[in-house]
Write a protein that binds this ligand. Structure first.
Ligand SMILES: [Zn+2]
Length: 378
């Protein structure tokens, strides 16, 4: 992957290229940015740039043996560690190596893929992805082997927040005093669940949201959609290119989510118990991924309706259909209730992610929404 293949993020690219050309590559770095901002592709492009045999001042060549191997995910000195589900087998350990073929396919297909998409890809079912203690022995073993012929041996750890504390503790010393010509690139979405002792040993590379213009251009080039459609999608993707790709491929989902959102609001407001139960059952029967995607959609709609409510329509990012609904509905979302609604939706996502009974979660949410929507505007 070359830097040119990455959507936007010019400042981060400039910074990373600078560390190579000014010979100040830090041996342990943490790329920190939310889902879909491109931290993982940036880390891979960085690894490729470092090991490229003919790099220029601005990018790797894309053609030398190292570049070719990295883009094929077969460079022997670039290692990946990522969360994997339990294997349920005593022979196959739940470590990255046993999932590498899948991983390589996943990354080649879409390096902006999310944690959940990865779990779906390996058909993890209800199993969470983790980086287990066994993995740290693998990491130590791999990095202690002699390098093939690379400039740097590089270990990319995707989502260290999913790392078991024992695994993290075993790696502390290695991260602090790595073998020579060895790099750790940690790619995290949130610093919250990472041991502070790990964070303090890494240099932080902040990866901000991708600019709307960059997302728009990226969609036009890669997906071949019109400037107008790309602009609309960019406007509602919140800097997340993975989400933009999703919207692009699932225009039907967007329409379905809007329809369900309208129904959820209508049923909550009308406060008829039979309708509320029926809707909780309907939503509870959707797949877990669909439920989370829908709730995330609701969060965005609540935020955008609040913006319209505050007469800041020009700042709202809505499709034409959404905008049509907001013109009538936005009067129900105001500063007095929007926080509580957002919290209720957050809580629902949290519980759904942890496999709570979805019907109960949706029933709770509907009751909270009913109360909030009827709250008087002060
Ligand atoms: Zn090259």
């Amino acid at each position: 992957m070359r830097f040119a293949d990455i959507i936007g993020q010019d400042d981060v690219k400039r910074h990373l290229i600078g560390t190579v050309n000014e010979n100040r590559i830090s041996h342990a770095q943490m790329f920190l940015g939310r889902e879909g901002y491109g931290s993982l592709p940036l880390a891979i492009a960085y690894a490729q740039y470092i090991n490229c045999q003919h790099r220029t001042d601005s990018d790797s060549c894309g053609e030398c043996p190292s570049c070719r191997q990295i883009s094929q995910m077969s460079f022997p000195d670039l290692h990946f560690v990522f969360p994997v589900p339990a294997t349920g087998s005593s022979k196959e350990k739940a470590v990255s190596d046993n999932f590498f073929e899948k991983w390589s396919e996943f990354i080649k297909n879409n390096p902006y893929g999310s944690y959940q998409q990865w779990l779906d890809f390996v058909e993890a079912g209800n199993s969470q992805g983790l980086i287990r203690v066994e993995e740290s022995s693998e990491i130590i073993r791999k990095l202690s082997m002699k390098s093939f012929n690379a400039e740097y041996k590089i270990m990319i750890i995707w989502l260290p927040e999913k790392m078991h504390p024992d695994a993290a503790n075993k790696l502390l010393k290695l991260i602090e005093e790595p073998y020579s010509k060895t790099l750790f690139l940690l790619v995290a979405e949130s610093a919250e669940n990472i041991l502070p002792t790990i964070i303090s040993r890494t240099q932080l590379v902040r990866v901000p949201r991708i600019g709307d213009n960059d997302i728009q251009a990226g969609l036009q080039q890669r997906e071949g959609i019109s400037a107008n459609a790309a602009e609309k999608i960019a406007g509602i993707s919140e800097g997340n290119f993975g989400r933009a790709l999703d919207y692009c491929g699932h225009a039907a989902d967007l329409a379905q989510n809007l329809e369900m959102f309208m129904k959820l609001m209508r049923v909550s407001y009308s406060f008829k118990p039979a309708d509320m139960v029926a809707l909780a059952e309907e939503l509870g029967a959707l797949g877990r991924e669909k439920q989370k995607a829908f709730l995330a959609y609701c969060e965005r709609m609540v935020r955008e309706n609040l913006i319209v409510n505050q007469h800041l329509d020009k700042m709202a990012h809505l499709t034409d259909d959404e905008s049509g609904f907001a013109s009538k509905f936005s009067r129900f979302i105001h500063p007095q209730n929007s926080m509580q609604i957002a919290e209720a939706l957050d809580k629902a996502i949290y519980h759904i992610s942890r496999n709570a009974n979805a019907k109960i979660v949706f029933m709770d949410t509907i009751i909270t929404l009913a109360r909030c929507l009827r709250m008087p505007v002060e």
